[in-house]
Design a protein around this ligand. Sequence first.
Ligand code: COA
Length: 332
Amino acid sequence: MPNGKITGIGFYVPDNVVTNDDLAKIIDTSDEWIRERSGIEQRRYFVKGVDTVSSMAGHASKMALERANLDAQEIDCIILATITPNYTLPGSAVLLQRELGLCGKSVPSFDIRQSCSGFIYGLAMANDFIRSGSYKNIMVVGSEIQSTFLEMTDEHRNTAVLFADGSGAVVVQANEEDDMGILSTHLHSDGTYAENLMVEYPRSHNRKEDMSNGVMGLNMDGRLVFKHALQKFPAVINEALEANGNSISDLDMLIPHQANLRIAQAVQRILEIPDEKVHNNIMKYGNTTAASIPIALNEAWELGKVKEGDLICLAAFGSGFTWGSCLMKWAY
Ligand code: COA
């Protein structure tokens, strides 16, 4: 059975640029603190009346389709990773299907909610669908509008400065060449610390009360998340390499989920990966959760840092906790 490969990649970020200084006018923080602790310099927030999770996903998907030289009508499955769907119900993948003019085709489209690991989970599912022969041309997207659940108060300043909005998409198709495309994917979860990084409201078991409350209840134990990220990122990167008989020195590019530049740098140090083999862009976009890996991969590819035949590792860790990796030989 052929494995999957990425044949088109695209991204979209809203026009609204929000700098650290902009945030410092609203909450008790500073450009210096944010840069030092997270690396973030600016981020994008959606434009009301212009951007939705599905419209942003639509823009990113159309760019990916064009680059894959594929007509939208040929897409036979849509996987949308998001923790911030347009509506509670239905999921946003059907809205993306509508954006792509695919409603008449009744292809399957579904949301997945694996937060920062969502894109890797989606890619893994797409690869397995391709390998099993179920679908041939799969759109995998990460899209988030998180600025609406951020609480812009001093009490929540640790999260207010981190999260942001954006979208990234890839087309996954069957790879006919041996040893190219997606080599393996590795998915994990552990619910022990579910409440240590969560958006609590609305809760299905107390919805009425939650709705009058008016807040989303974003809670993050930053230090605990940091500590676990430093264990899980290296482990899941090594897992992918070992599964394919590779070592760190074989790696051409690591694209880590853009959670915090300090996490990415620490992982890089632990694994002894040189600077030119890691791509980070959290400085420009903040943490866009499910969208961060495809946005960063897109940028690395546009910059010529991801080339035919390169060994690329995508790795994520986030709420749940969930974590995962994907090792691929780039064959665009
Ligand atoms: N601006 C200024 N000060 C801030 C601040 C902000 N935005 N956020 C927190 N602080 C303050 C705290 O109030 C605290 O002050 P105190 O010492 O007077 O009590 C101090 O900074 C240290 O707070 P702490 O939360 O311990 O900071 P930290 O060094 O752990 O850094 C994070 C905070 C959020 C940057 C860091 O924990 C982190 O990035 N963790 C991982 C989070 C993550 O990646 N989440 C997404 C996972 S997908």
